[in-house]
Design a protein around this ligand. Structure first.
Ligand code: GUN
Length: 301
């Protein structure tokens, strides 16, 4: 069998971002509207700082307004809730994203629930979680959908075509950010969905059933080539840093799938980096434009 097609998430994300920029330009031209995204970072987590910086830059490149609120690590929950309330009430702000994780004195649940669901571009608010869970077969969620699984679905449809009906999908991982929303999205596409996790018996055998395998466990190279059904589409959401080869060096980034053995078996596979990662920010911009349109009753695409 031929080697797997390597799914170029970076190139696809650039297409999505160009599409968003086109919609932003049209909204300005036709409605005098510029969508705006507010990002909130509490503390100095280095990975979060990198993400927040790229989110701000990407919004501006798409022609949107962007605000970054940086708060000290010792910020009290009430202070963050007051900022969220202010952003909820600011009509120029269409999207609000509070970067996770938050420091231990702040309840992420309380903060997420304080965000106006119409501005919740992460799709983490219970109203948006519920709308996704209630989405019927062949329908699109009326709520905002979490960015990483939304990006993964776009890549899957690019490879497999628009209909995923009847495919066996296995999602490995049950997080609120990726695994659970991914399962709901694939169910709405009429896939037969299995959600596997750390307690699943004979995980290899479960994975081998999959026409679509989505790995989101956060364990470096856990899924080996012989866990993959020949010809399957493999979407690797994991981003794990290996121990550096020499002291002081920077460890290599790898996914949850053992790429070298998997590419010999799969039909198509996302690399790490350059697969799902770039799609997350592209979908954040997409969600911000969607939120801006829906809040004003404008057509979305
Ligand atoms: N931290 C890691 N991923 C995410 C995400 O998708 N959204 C937010 N808000 N924080 C994150």
């Amino acid at each position: 069998m031929a080697e797997a097609r390597i799914i170029d998430g970076k190139a696809f994300a650039e297409k999505v971002r160009a599409g968003v920029a086109g919609r932003v330009a049209a909204l300005a031209r036709e409605h005098g509207l510029t969508p705006g995204l507010a990002v909130v970072l509490v503390g100095e987590n280095p990975a979060s700082q990198v993400y927040v910086r790229s989110k701000g830059r990407a919004s501006e490149e798409a022609g949107m307004r962007s605000w970054t609120h940086r708060l000290p690590a010792a910020t009290e929950e009430a202070e963050l809730l007051a900022l969220v309330a202010r952003l909820n009430g600011d009509d120029a702000v269409d999207g609000i994203l509070v970067q996770l994780p938050l420091p231990p004195q702040i309840s992420a649940e309380a903060v997420i629930e304080a965000i106006d669901p119409a501005k919740d571009v992460d799709g983490f608010h219970p109203v948006n979680v519920g709308r996704l869970a209630a989405t019927g077969a062949g329908q699109r969620s009326r709520g905002l959908v979490p960015c990483t699984p939304l990006g993964a679905l776009m890549l899957i449809k690019d490879v497999r075509g628009p209909s995923l009906s009847g495919l066996e999908a296995v999602v490995v991982g049950r997080s609120n950010i990726v695994g659970k929303p991914m399962a709901h999205l694939l169910l709405a596409e009429s896939c037969t969905v299995t959600v596997a996790h750390s307690r699943t018996r004979d995980l290899a055998a479960v994975c081998r059933r999959a026409d679509l395998l989505v790995a989101a466990v956060g364990r470096a190279r856990m899924i080996a080539g012989d866990w993959i059904r020949p010809g399957a589409t493999v979407i690797d959401v994991g981003i794990n840093r290996l121990e550096p080869a020499e002291p002081g060096g920077k460890g290599r980034l790898v996914g949850d799938v053992d790429f070298e053995s998997a590419r010999a078996v799969a039909g198509a596979i996302t690399p790490v980096p350059g697969g799902v990662g770039p799609m997350t920010i592209a979908c954040l911009l997409h969600n911000t434009v969607t939120a801006a349109c829906r809040r004003r009753g404008l057509a979305e695409d």
